[in-house]
Design a protein around this ligand. Structure first.
Ligand code: NZQ
Ligand code: ZN
Length: 388
């Protein structure tokens, strides 16, 4: 097993009716900025619950954070915090609102142009240099509620860039699975497939010594397969909703990544498809993931076969046979979850995409991705072209 440090300071508050606990968790004298998205929180009662719990606090609101949050929008919130000297941020929303809030938190006191945080992919580690923040999660998918990473889009240059650091864990996150009941089917489908792929990025590599981590990962995958199609149809079922929410958090809160190699190339390529075509994050993963496993078959075949055997109960065969079947099972699952798995099903303008992605990666010096650093620009081109 590889050496690791496990640090996760987020107080995760999980369950029915927990939004009312906000007032116990934010200091009474805090000057709070509530951040949110396009308004779903007004329709499903989450906003009312949050405001009720913040009764008596000094509260300012900032709405309009878009899916795939934009740098340009977030900088407006940065100005408000500086101007009003606010000292706590409460993100109420999905991954986009939470990621956007992480950027706001890091940018307020940043000495220099905050765009550097993204372009230089700075690691934000100094707690005295960020504005403390917490979250009320409304969309299980990204695990941003319990990790310290974020992905921000710069409108001007159509770049989708990630950053993070140990100072960017939420102080607390309230996860009430009842929020799932108001989610559109499309977003639940996205959440399941995003979490599924998060596990893959940390599990579908090559055989290693971290036996327990493999079992954790397989448990999350099996749970997502068991509940995914059902929760889309029955979002008010608390058993399904709570297991969906917890599986998503567990898929990317750091635990399964400890002591193991990880990949993340599907995400890196997927982010370019979102930047170019505004395809939902999870849907880009369903397009790219299976083709990445096909192109990188030699590197990943043992783990693919293990996944096929343990998660899909594929009966014994050769490693290659089981690995191939595992890829096909995955594609079929993505289809069951409402995904289309070809780029041409989303846009007619796909033909130059591979060259665009390769150029972008080369500009950034990304010449060797993946757990073995063997996903070269040539491989990226092959993966994207196979995804047309
Ligand atoms: O904006 P509002 O009106 O709130 O509507 C949102 C949005 O339109 C809606 N929604 C959220 N909760 C709802 C709801 N509608 C009804 N009822 C509710 N309870 O859902 C839409 C999508 O929301 P968004 O936050 O964009 O979705 P998601 O949580 O999937 O986040 C996606 C973003 O997270 C990034 C992605 O790249 C993308 O930008 N990621 C962040 C990661 C991280 N921080 O660790 C990892 C991921 O791999 C991912 O890259
Ligand atoms: Zn993701």
């Amino acid at each position: 097993m590889l050496n690791f440090e496990l640090y996760n300071p987020t107080n995760l508050v999980f369950g029915k009716g927990q939004i009312a606990k906000i007032s116990e968790l934010i200091p009474k004298d805090a000057k709070v900025l509530i951040t949110f998205g396009g308004g779903s929180i007004f329709k499903n009662g989450v906003y009312d619950q949050v405001r009720e719990s913040l009764h008596g606090y000094d509260v300012t609101e900032f709405g309009g954070i878009e899916p795939n949050p934009r740098y340009e929008t977030l900088m407006k919130a940065v100005e408000i915090i500086r101007e009003k000297k606010l000292d706590f941020i409460l993100a109420v929303g999905g991954g986009s609102v939470i990621d956007g809030t992480k950027f706001i938190s890091a940018a307020v006191k940043f000495d220099g142009n905050p765009m550097e945080i993204l372009h230089k992919r700075l690691l934000i580690k100094d707690l005295s240099q960020v504005v403390p923040f917490a979250t009320v999660l409304t969309l299980p998918a990204t695990a941003s509620e319990m990790n310290s990473g974020a992905v921000i889009t710069i409108n001007e240059t159509q770049e989708k860039l990630s950053f993070g650091g140990s100072a960017l864990f939420p102080k607390f996150s309230i996860c009430d699975p009842q929020v799932v009941s108001s989610l559109p089917k499309r977003q639940i489908q996205n959440g399941i497939v995003d979490a599924f792929t998060h596990v893959f990025e940390q599990y579908l590599t090559f055989p290693h010594d971290a036996l327990l981590q493999d079992r954790f990962s397989e448990g999350i995958l099996q749970t997502l397969i068991e509940i995914g199609p059902k929760v889309v149809e029955n979002p008010t079922d608390y058993k399904l909703a709570s297991n969906y929410m917890w599986s998503c958090t567990m898929a990317l809160n750091g635990l399964i990544q400890k002591g193991v190699p990880s990949d993340w190339a599907t995400h890196m390529i997927g982010h370019e498809l979102t930047a170019l075509f505004e395809i939902d994050h999870a849907r880009t993963l369903a397009i790219i993931g299976p083709n990445l496993y096909r192109v990188m078959f030699e590197t990943k075949k043992e783990k693919l076969a293990q996944y096929g055997k343990r998660v899909w109960n594929i009966a014994d065969g050769s490693v290659e046979e089981m690995a191939n079947q595992a890829i096909e099972k995955t594609v079929a699952f993505f289809h069951t979850m409402g995904m289309q798995t070809k780029l041409s099903e989303y846009t007619p303008d796909f033909e130059k995409t591979a060259d665009f992605v390769v150029n972008r990666f080369q500009e950034r010096g990304w010449k060797a991705l993946g757990e073995k650093q063997n996903i070269t620009p040539e491989k990226v081109k092959e993966i994207v072209e196979m995804s047309y």
